[in-house]
Design a protein around this ligand. Structure first.
Ligand code: ZN
Length: 352
């Protein structure tokens, strides 16, 4: 029995996701009721009163500018590129050194699919201790339980998932330290990876007769366009949180690659012969496990084709970043930016 298998057996893993997180809930019922009891103030301010431009930037201190050179010495000229900025919090779950294997693996996986990762910046920062625990998202109770098994994307649209004003203010304060890029790439066009101890998800569980609101911790949360669409401010739509020290039996070096996949392939957990699901295993990057494959063609649910159409990608022309396209509908699964690279019906009836 492998270590991972042993851990799974021992911990009674419950894997619950909205398809956009790596979520592992050992033992427990890490789920809470739908109260807002876990909501904390944002650095001493009442979270419910925070405006979008809350001015929390002053509560962020840049402790160190970290060395990014080792990650950018192999950029392929002319190749579609995605920029990623890192914010390593002082009291957070990971060090910059501990993230290195995740970054090099993500660079290799995407490079094999024709996309370069450029690390634009990495900052070690200090933030108020209370920020290490984010709020669960705000979600709306859905009305059609059949979507859970027949069309996860329709289900997610019903949830109308959105970040709280407190989370929004925290993300905006941290990403305000994103340095100006000579290429013209802005914070809006960049993926921002922030390490924080707790980034819970919220969802509705259907027990066959009624919905119940649940929350659960995550190892990584990607805030993907297909789930948030234009309900997340453009300036922070690129945020990904990493908390994965809490998931010792997950293949940790793949977490970043998988979360980036949610963001720029813009699909849930799905793969060859696997319908979008809350949780599903398989050999592809967008399934649970340790897979790296980004499949193409309709059989591969157009993952590679969707990746190459991501509005986060640009190519340099005379040193200036030229972005290929914009989402037409906030980046929902069926966004027009993907043309025909949409699988429909999402899930054949026989797989329900
Ligand atoms: Zn995932």
């Amino acid at each position: 029995m492998s270590y991972k298998t042993g851990m799974r057996t021992m911990l009674t893993t419950i894997v619950l996701t909205f398809g956009f997180v790596l979520l592992l809930v050992p033992l427990l019922p890490a789920c809470n009721s739908g109260s807002s009891a876990g909501r904390q103030d944002a650095g001493g301010l009442d979270a419910t009163l925070l405006p979008a431009d809350s001015g929390l930037e002053s509560q962020v201190t840049v402790l160190e500018t970290l060395d990014i050179f080792p990650f950018n010495d192999d950029l392929a000229p002319g190749q579609p590129t995605v920029d990623i900025a890192f914010y390593i919090t002082e009291l957070g779950p990971l060090t910059w050194a501990e993230l290195a294997s995740n970054i090099t693996r993500a660079k290799r996986i995407l490079s094999e699919a024709g996309v370069s990762i450029r690390v634009t910046s990495a900052l070690r920062i200090s933030v108020p201790a209370s920020w290490q625990s984010l709020d669960p998202d705000e979600v709306t109770m859905p009305t059609t339980p059949e979507f859970v098994t027949s069309d996860l994307y329709a289900h997610l649209n019903e949830l109308q998932t959105r970040v709280t004003l407190r989370n929004e203010a925290i993300f905006e304060a941290i990403t305000s330290y994103f340095p100006v890029q000579a290429s013209g790439v802005t914070a809006e066009n960049t993926i921002h990876v922030i390490t924080l101890n707790e980034a819970p998800i919220a969802y509705y569980d259907w027990d066959g007769s009624e919905w119940s609101y649940q929350t659960a911790p995550t190892g990584g949360l990607s805030f993907p366009p297909y789930a948030y669409a234009d309900r997340i401010p453009a300036g922070i739509r690129g945020v990904i949180t990493l908390s994965f020290q809490q998931a010792p039996f997950f293949p940790e070096t793949r977490v970043l690659s998988h979360e980036i996949g949610h963001k720029i392939i813009n699909v849930s957990h799905e793969g060859v012969g696997v319908c979008p699901a809350f949780a599903a295993n398989g050999p592809e990057l967008m399934l649970y496990g340790d897979g790296e494959n980004i499949p193409s063609t309709e059989a591969g649910r157009w993952h590679r084709e969707r990746l190459l159409l991501s509005p986060f990608l640009y190519t340099l022309e005379q040193g200036v970043a030229m972005f290929q396209d914009r989402y037409q509908n906030g980046g929902v699964y069926r966004d027009e930016v993907y043309g025909n690279y949409i699988v429909s019906p999402i899930c054949p009836p026989e797989t329900k």
